[in-house]
Design a protein around this ligand. Structure first.
Ligand code: GLU
Length: 424
C-alpha cells in the first residue's frame, strides 16, 4: 500500500470510528432512526481550491475545507488545521467530534472544523499570511459570529486568527467583528486563559479521574505524547500539582527521565532548539515506546490513531486521558476497557479549549472582559460538572467512559432536535 493509500485508510477509519462510537451510544439510548440519520452526517461541506502568490512570483493552488456538522444547539464551532495530509474526510470526522464535544460540556454550540492541506513549516511568513487571508475569504460565505466560529487547531494560533478576523472585517466596511473567530490575541478581544485552556481543562479532568480512583496526583507517574501548546501546558500544570512527568515526545522523538523531567527547563530547551530531543539530563525514547511505559497516567496529545490493536495490549498506563482528537481506535478502546484501563475520551478530556473559546465569544459579544481567575474558575466548573455527568452514566449503564460521554452529548442534541421539530 502506498503512503497516500495508507493515510486514506486511516482517515476513513477516523470517520468510521466516530460513527461507530455514535452508533454504540445511540443503541444504548434507543435513539430513533430519523434522528440517527440526521446526526450521523455533516450538514454542510465546503471544499475550496484557491491560488496564492509565492515569494518567488509563482502561483500555487491550495485545497481547503470547512465542514459544519450540526447547528441544532447554536452556531457551529471548531478549529482550522494546517497539515500536509489534511483531507475532507478527516475534517468531516473532526467536525462530528466537535458537536459531541460542545454538547458534553453543555455549550450552546454545534460542531465544525476546517483545514488547509499545506506544510506550514515550508511557507514563509508572507506566504502563510496570503494563504490564510485567501482561505478566509473563500470560506467566508459559511462563517460568521452567529453561524460558524473558527478557532486554532494544529499549526494555527493567535496570528492566523488575527489575519482571519481582519480579512472578514474588511468585507464589512472595516467594521471589526471580534466574535467571528476565537483564540485571538488578547489585544484584539481574545480571552485570558485561552492559550492554556486545553491543557488546563485536561489537568482538571486528570484530578477528577484520580479522585474517582482514590489516587493522588502527588508523585503520579505521567507520560505525554505531544509537546505542542496542549502537551507542554498540561505537563506544566501536572508538575505544579505534584505529578512526576517522566516522558514526553514530539514529532522528532521523545525524552525520558525516571526521576521526572524539569518542565520549565524543557520548555526553554524547546524554545531554543525547536524540539524536546537531546534535552540535557534525559534519555532518548521513541514515541511508540513512550506509549507503553509503566505510568499511572498516559496522555496522547498529538495526532489521531496512536493507540491501535497493534499496541493496545502493551499499554501499561492505568488511565489514558485523550488530549488529541481521535487518538484511540475503536478496537483498541474495546481492548483497553476489557483490561480495566480507564480511558477518558477526547470529547470530554480536551474540551477545555472550546470551553474557553465559548467564554471568549461571550466576552466579545458583551464587550466586557473577565479576569484570568474568573476564566479559570468557570472552566473548572464546566469540566468538573461534565466529568461527573459522564462518570455517573458510565457507572449506571456499565459502558466505557467514551460511550457514556457520547450518550450524554447525543441525548442533549437529540432533545434539542426533538423540541425544534421538523421544518417542512
Ligand atoms: N481546535 C480545538 C478543538 O479541537 C478548539 C476549537 C475551538 O476552540 O473552537 O477542540
Amino acid at each position: 500500500m502506498s503512503n497516500s493509500e495508507l493515510r486514506r485508510t486511516s482517515e476513513l477509519q477516523l470517520l468510521e470510528m466516530a460513527q461507530r462510537f455514535f452508533d454504540a451510544a445511540a443503541d444504548q439510548l434507543g435513539l430513533e432512526e430519523p434522528l440517527r440519520e440526521l446526526l450521523r452526517y455533516p450538514k454542510r461541506k465546503l471544499t475550496v481550491i484557491f491560488p496564492v502568490q509565492m515569494d518567488d512570483g509563482s502561483v500555487r493552488h491550495f485545497e481547503g475545507y470547512r465542514v459544519q456538522h450540526h447547528p441544532v444547539l447554536g452556531p457551529t464551532k471548531g478549529g482550522i488545521r494546517y497539515h500536509p495530509q489534511v483531507t475532507i474526510e478527516e475534517i468531516e470526522a473532526l467536525a462530528v467530534l466537535m458537536t459531541w464535544k460542545t454538547a458534553v460540556v453543555s455549550l450552546p454550540l454545534g460542531g465544525a472544523k476546517g483545514g488547509v492541506r499545506c506544510d506550514p513549516t515550508q511557507l514563509s511568513l508572507g506566504e502563510l499570511e496570503r494563504m490564510t487571508r485567501r482561505y478566509a475569504n473563500e470560506i467566508s460565505p459559511l462563517i460568521g459570529p452567529d453561524i460558524d466560529i473558527p478557532a486554532p487547531d494544529l499549526f494555527t494560533g493567535e496570528r492566523e486568527m488575527a489575519w482571519i478576523v481582519d480579512t472578514i472585517s474588511m468585507h464589512h466596511q472595516g467594521q471589526y467583528m471580534p466574535g467571528l473567530v476565537t483564540g485571538k490575541p488578547l489585544v484584539l478581544g481574545g480571552s485570558e486563559g485561552r492559550d492554556t485552556a486545553t491543557g488546563r481543562g485536561g489537568f482538571f479532568i486528570a484530578q477528577e479521574t484520580l479522585k474517582h480512583l482514590k489516587r493522588s496526583l502527588k508523585d503520579a507517574r505521567v507520560a505525554i505524547q505531544g509537546f505542542g501548546k496542549v502537551g507542554s501546558n498540561l505537563a506544566h500544570f501536572l508538575q505544579q500539582g505534584g505529578a512526576k512527568v517522566i516522558a514526553v515526545g514530539d514529532v522528532r522523538g521523545g525524552v525520558k527521565n525516571e526521576a521526572g523531567l524539569d518542565i520549565a527547563a524543557l520548555q526553554r530547551h524547546v524554545k531554543e532548539s525547536g524540539s524536546v530531543v537531546e534535552f540535557p539530563g534525559s534519555e532518548a525514547i521513541s514515541n511508540e515506546d513512550l506509549l507503553e511505559l509503566e505510568v499511572e497516567l498516559l496522555f496522547p496529545a498529538a495526532l489521531e490513531n496512536q493507540i491501535t490493536v497493534d499496541n493496545a495490549e502493551r499499554i501499561k498506563a492505568q488511565m489514558v486521558i485523550e488530549m488529541a482528537n481521535g487518538p484511540t481506535t475503536w478496537e483498541a478502546d474495546q481492548l483497553l476497557y476489557e483490561r480495566g484501563t480507564l480511558v477518558v475520551p477526547d470529547i470530554l478530556a480536551n474540551a477545555g479549549g472550546v470551553t474557553v473559546s465559548y467564554f471568549e465569544w461571550v466576552q466579545d459579544r458583551s464587550f466586557y472582559f473577565w479576569t484570568a481567575e474568573l476564566v479559570d474558575r468557570r472552566l473548572k466548573r464546566v469540566m468538573v460538572k461534565a466529568f461527573h455527568k459522564v462518570l455517573t452514566t458510565h457507572l449506571q449503564h456499565r459502558v466505557e467512559m467514551r460511550t457514556a460521554a457520547y450518550m450524554v452529548a447525543i441525548d442533549r442534541v437529540a432533545q434539542a432536535a426533538r423540541a425544534r421539530g421538523l421544518y417542512a
